[in-house]
Design a protein. Sequence first.
Length: 85
Amino acid sequence: MFTGTQTTTTRPTLYFGSTGEDVEYLQRWLNAAGFGSLVVDGIFGVATQEAVKKFQKYYGLTVDGIVGPQSWGTLEWIDLEGSIY
């Protein structure tokens, strides 16, 4: 379970069907972190949703496939720690 300090984020909640630059960022992050081999196309489809669920399960988050404040906070905290790049 993730227990580190989480950051406040202004990123939108992402879910199946979402599109745009935030989805591209998420897809790149999931690929770099080893949670998928996603096509970075900015479309939150089935493969992105499954990769998000793997990420959520790994970090002890609610496994719903939705990237809201809890998931963004964990993802961005990991980015700040430099553990995936």
